[in-house]
Design a binder for this molecule. Sequence first.
Ligand SMILES: [Zn+2]
Length: 304
Amino acid sequence: MKLHDVGTRRCRSIAIRGGVALAALISISGCDPEAEDEQAHQDDVDEIVDHLLLAGYSEADISIQTMDVDNDDISSSGSLVVLQGDIHVTLETAQAKAEEATNEFRLWRTPLLVNPGTICLVAVETTSKITTGINDAAANYNGLSSFGLDFEVRAAIYEPLGGRSWQPVVQYDRSGCDHSIQIWDGVDRQGGLAGFPEQQQIGRGIWITRPYPNIYLGSDVEGLSNQVVEHIVTHEIGHCIGLRHSDWQTRSSCGGSGEDENSAVHISGTTRSSHTSSVMKACYSGSESGNLRTEDITALQQIY
Ligand SMILES: [Zn+2]
């Protein structure tokens, strides 16, 4: 089972290998303390790279080339963003390419989808803030029309040495639950972590696909806004029921590199391009609304 996580948008660091003689291996870092004008130039370079990744170009297509000009008329040096070896891309061009790409959109799912039914979101002794986030996330999904999954929130008690013996027990009302996802908070990590649907044998020769059964929320999540908590829980539930990152090819929302394809299936009805405004983008910012976007709704109604 491949686990999936969400990181905060922090220092960007992308190593890009140039393919021609002038190119150098350069690490672009958004958090090195530098002189102000150098920083502004570096920010432009970062922004151009972000736009190109958003437009669907791969890192292999993009190089940073240092250009020194020193003759009677001009003396300057700086970094240029170069596409496919010899095409210099300005900020304006990169913005236009990204804008073009955002007119098209696609979302992705895992090959396995969950058997329809009621999924109980089991809040395992979560704080009131996290519980609110879980309720809000459930409401996001329950508010969808023509959608084959229902979500109910159940409070649970965790007994580390409960039950009949050594086995830890999560106690909650299981009535009406076709599936369950246990949600744990205060975990020693940042952001959220979940996984993809998996097959489960429920009888002789009878298999169903259930959601990934756990969502882990890092200890930092408690300090985030209610909307961001709602966003994170909604995002992780999305993974548990089979949604992939919308920007898995580029992780452009994180300024990072792409993920393995790992059998990502294009969800029909979502058009073709990369995009980062989905609740399923790989990284979140502090300004998330917590709500599903139009494209997320299209995707969810398509698969369930
Ligand atoms: Zn994720």
